[in-house]
Design a protein around this ligand. Structure first.
Ligand code: OSB
Ligand code: MG
Length: 369
C-alpha cells in the first residue's frame, strides 16, 4: 500500500456529563485522530490515551511525539510493501506505546479495507449483526445522583451496568443499586487498580450482590495478587490494565489471576492482538467483553465490530454516542433494544463529519510519507 500522508488531528469534545473514576475526572474527551491518505482511500483511527498518564503510562502529547519521531519513520522504511499486517512487527523494536502503535495500525487497516471494500467486522470475523451494550457509570457526588443515573440508563435500554468504585464508594453504591433495581440486572464494578490484596476482606463484602465481575481491583503489575484475591472472594475477577498482550492474557489465565478479560484493542496494540486475546481466552474457556475509552464514533465503530466476534459473550462498554457526546464526529451510534448495530460499510464503516471535525480541531500535524 502506498501512503501519501498521515495527518494527526487533535480534537477536544465536551462530555455530556463528567466521568469520574478512581484515578481522576474527565470533563471532555481529548484525543488525536490519525488520518492515513492513499491515492484511493482515507483511513481513520483514534488515539485511546488521555491527556494525563493516569490510566496507563501513555498520554496524548507523548503519543504524538512517539508517533512522529519513532513509529512513523519505521513505517516509512517499509516503503510500498507496507500493509496493516506488517505494522506490529515493524514497530516491535519500540518498547511499549501500545496505544500509539494501535492508532497507526488501525488507521492503516481502515485505509486498506476501504481500498478493498471489506468491513472491519467481516475482516476480523464478526458473527453478529449487533452487539449488546453496557454502560460504565462514573463515581458521583451522592448516592441519589447515582441511582438516578442508573435508572435513566436502564430506561434507555442498557443491558448491563458497570459501577466505577474506589475505597469509600464501593459496598454502599452496589448494595443500593442492587436493592433498587433488583436481582435481574447485570451488574459489575471497576476499581481501576484502587485496592491492594490487604483489602480482600473488604472486597469480599461485595460477594452477596451477585456481580458479574470485579474489574482490575489491584495494581496492573500485581498478577499474583489477583490470583490470591480470586481465592478469597467469590466475585469473578476481570483484568483490564494488566493485560497488554495475548501473552499477558495467557499468563494471567494460567496463574488464575482472572476468569474474564476486558479487551481494549488500543491497550494491547491493535485489533489483531485483540483478536489473539479473544482466541487465547476462548481456548481456555474464558469469556471476554469489549472495553472502551470514551471513544468517538471513529474508535467506537471498530470496537463494535470486534465485539461481534464469537467469544465476546458479555455486554461491553460499547455505549451509544449519546452517553458521551451531544455531537459526535460521526453519525451517532444509537441504542436499538439495548444493542448497537455493527457497521457493514468498508473499513470502520462510518464517515467523519467534516464540519464537526473542523469545529472541534485544536491543532493538526501533516506528515508527508
Ligand atoms: O477502566 O474501563 C476503564 C474510561 C476511560 C479509561 C478507563 C476506563 C474507562 C471506562 C469507560 O470505564 C468505558 C467507556 O464507556 O468507554
Ligand atoms: Mg476498566
Amino acid at each position: 500500500m502506498r501512503i501519501e500522508n498521515i495527518e494527526l488531528v487533535r480534537i477536544a469534545l465536551p462530555l455530556v456529563t463528567p466521568f469520574r473514576t478512581s484515578f481522576g475526572t474527565a470533563n471532555e474527551r481529548v484525543t488525536t485522530l490519525v488520518r492515513v491518505s492513499t491515492a484511493d482511500a482515507e483511513g481513520w483511527a483514534e488515539h485511546a490515551a488521555e491527556p494525563d498518564p493516569l490510566y496507563s503510562p501513555e498520554f496524548l502529547d507523548g503519543g504524538d511525539l512517539v508517533i512522529r519521531e519513532h513509529l512513523i519513520p519505521r513505517l516509512q522504511a517499509l516503503g510500498d510493501s507496507l500493509t496493516a499486517e506488517h505494522v506490529a512487527t515493524a514497530l516491535a523494536p519500540v518498547k511499549g506505546h501500545q496505544m500509539s502503535k494501535a492508532v497507526l495500525e488501525t488507521a492503516i487497516l481502515d485505509a486498506q479495507l476501504k481500498e478493498r471494500g471489506i468491513s472491519f467486522g467481516a475482516h476480523l470475523g464478526a458473527v453478529h449483526e449487533s452487539v449488546p451494550a453496557g454502560v460504565s457509570v462514573g463515581i458521583m457526588d451522592s448516592l441519589d445522583e447515582l441511582l438516578d443515573a442508573v435508572g435513566r440508563y436502564l430506561d434507555e435500554g442498557y443491558l448491563r451496568i458497570k459501577l466505577k468504585i474506589e475505597p469509600g464508594w464501593d459496598i454502599e453504591p452496589v448494595r443500593l443499586v442492587r436493592e433498587r433495581f433488583g436481582p435481574d440486572i447485570l451488574l459489575q464494578v471497576d476499581a481501576n487498580t484502587a485496592y491492594t490484596l490487604a483489602d480482600a476482606r473488604h472486597l469480599a463484602r461485595l460477594d452477596p450482590f451477585d456481580l458479574l465481575l470485579i474489574e482490575q481491583p489491584l495494581p496492573e503489575d500485581d498478577i499474583l495478587g489477583h490470583a490470591g484475591l480470586a481465592r478469597l472472594i467469590s466475585t469473578p475477577i476481570c483484568l483490564d490494565e494488566s493485560i497488554e498482550s495475548a501473552r499477558d492474557a495467557a499468563a494471567a489465565i494460567a496463574l488464575g489471576a482472572c476468569s474474564v478479560i476486558n479487551v481494549k484493542p488500543a491497550r494491547v496494540g491493535g485489533y489483531f492482538e485483540a483478536r489473539r486475546i479473544h482466541d487465547v481466552a476462548a481456548a481456555n474457556g474464558v469469556p471476554v467483553w469489549c472495553g472502551g475509552m470514551l471513544e468517538t464514533g471513529i474508535g467506537r465503530a471498530a470496537n463494535v465490530a470486534l465485539a461481534a466476534l464469537p467469544n465476546f459473550v458479555m455486554p461491553g462498554d460499547t455505549s451509544a454516542s449519546s452517553r458521551y457526546y451531544e455531537q459526535d464526529v460521526t453519525a451517532p451510534f444509537i441504542l436499538d433494544a439495548g444493542r448497537l448495530h455493527v457497521p457493514t460499510g468498508p473499513g470502520i464503516g462510518v464517515d467523519v463529519l467534516p464540519d464537526v471535525l473542523a469545529s472541534l480541531t485544536t491543532s493538526t500535524v501533516d506528515i508527508r510519507f
